[in-house]
Design a protein around this ligand. Structure first.
Ligand code: URA
Length: 441
């Protein structure tokens, strides 16, 4: 296989055969294709796209690079949720324990920060001791025992996505329908699911900002899921402002724990309930959406979801003290309140500058080998449409040092605009299944 020939063919708009995708991915995982060639190929895919048969071949090759989880004899439906990537999106941290407490099994394979967005694995690893690199047998045993495991790609599970995901993060090759679809669906199909809900983001902070591309991505992933026998539904949600208040790894864990105690921001809870209800209905655990939502509310009210989160943290080696005492999470030494420079209405809280701000503070990567600072980030309580007075507190910056505080202030200056009127996208705008598309708002 001449890799430079494959890159040139893709660059020129040609098609690679299924066997070529298989061979290429296997050689990449084995270390026989270098990162520089793979990133050139990814960039060619960003520009040229993939034919439907190429997308199927790439997804299959990524799936075949690792083992699949199997669930013989399990007494519960196996379900999961995945997002196409957002800023402040900690719904996975809520949904895994909430769904497990509702009686379904959740083998959640997630990713790290990608581009300007945060990643569930980086958030979980903000918990001292938390281990996301579970073996296949550890993951399946934990799901059978406590209903959920939250893990990352390893040499054993989705190794092709593990390498490609990290490479795309730092080479400007995330924003591509086929690359996102293959990345997400190879992980989800490796989980051996009965049902999957996809949170497809749209808006300025999404990888695919416009509606048509977001909906196209949803349809593409649904087709891959259904063809593999996994009931797949997508909800299109707003990413023109961060979800919830906290943006940054430990800060998001703290907000997720508050949410599991029933004290979550309204927008975060609306998205979490909508996604969770889809899964409980698809799994046949709830008769309809109101019944599913009532069940999810009950596991929050009773504390069952919080206890399930504690069980996940303990099972994966994390310090369970963080559940009762958020001060046990990593804390940034420097904090500063960001105040409204003028009076008016919040017009934007743009997620991209916020996400890039978290990276600049050290909370994300700019190179493959970067470590992540778990403590830094923002807590932004301002939301579009809110009227504010001059000097009113809008956010808190959590930084390592004074230079970080200054960088955080610059990011907020860029993200938050104040004027006469603010408009935001509807939080939940479309529901898409294999059979129909509903416009929700
Ligand atoms: N989430 C993933 O797992 N992969 C992507 O490419 C984007 C979001």
């Amino acid at each position: 296989m001449l890799v430079s020939g494959l890159i040139e063919r893709k660059r020129d708009g040609g098609v690679l055969a299924p066997g070529e995708w298989r061979e290429l991915l296997a050689a990449y995982v084995a270390g026989r294709v270098p990162d520089y060639q793979m990133s050139a190929l990814c960039m060619a895919v960003v520009w040229r796209g993939l034919a439907p048969e190429e997308l199927r071949a790439l997804t299959d090759a990524m799936l075949a690079s690792g083992a699949r989880l199997t669930w013989e004899g399990i007494d519960r439906p196996v379900v999961d949720k995945h997002s196409t990537g957002g800023v402040g999106d900690k719904t996975s941290l809520l949904l895994a324990p909430m769904l497990a407490a509702c009686g379904v099994a959740v083998p959640m394979i997630s990713g790290r920060g990608l581009g300007h967005t945060g990643g569930t694995l980086d958030k979980l690893e903000a918990i001292p001791g938390f281990r996301t690199a579970l073996t296949l047998s550890e993951a399946t045993a934990q799901v059978r025992r406590i209903g959920a495991a939250m893990l990352g790609q390893t040499d054993e599970i989705c190794p092709a996505d593990r390498k490609l995901y990290a490479l795309r993060d730092v080479t400007g090759t995330v924003a591509s329908v086929p690359l996102i679809a293959a990345s997400i669906m190879s992980k989800k199909l490796a989980e051996g699911l009965d049902a999957l809900v996809l949170d497809v983001k749209r808006g300025s902070g999404a990888f695919l900002a416009d509606d048509a591309r977001a909906i196209g991505l949803a349809r593409t992933m649904i087709a891959l899921g259904e063809a593999a026998g996994c009931r797949t539904v997508a909800v299109v949600t707003a990413m023109d402002r961060p979800l919830g208040f906290a943006c940054g790894n430990a800060l998001e864990v703290e907000e997720a724990i508050a949410a599991l105690r029933g004290e979550g921001p309204a927008d975060l809870m609306t998205v979490t309930r909508a996604l969770g209800a889809e899964l409980l209905c698809a799994a046949g655990v709830a008769a309809d959406s109101p019944a599913a939502q009532a069940r999810l509310a009950e596991v929050l009210r009773s504390g069952a979801a919080l206890e399930r989160f504690r069980a996940i943290v303990e099972a994966q080696g994390g310090n369970p003290a963080i559940v009762d005492d958020p001060a046990a999470l990593p804390q940034a030494p420097c904090r500063a309140v960001y105040e409204a420079p003028v009076a008016g209405v919040i017009m934007t809280v743009a997620p991209r500058p916020i996400g890039h701000g978290v990276i600049t503070l050290g909370g994300g990567r700019t190179r493959l080998e970067d470590d992540v600072d778990p403590a830094v980030g923002f807590v932004i309580t301002a939301k579009p449409g809110q009227r504010v007075a001059r000097d009113e507190p809008l956010a808190t910056i959590h930084a390592r040092d004074d230079a970080g505080l200054a960088a955080g202030r610059r990011a907020l200056d860029e993200a938050i605009t104040i004027g006469e009127a603010g408009a935001a996208l509807p939080l939940l705008s479309h529901r898409i299944t294999a059979r129909w598309e509903e416009v929700l708002a």
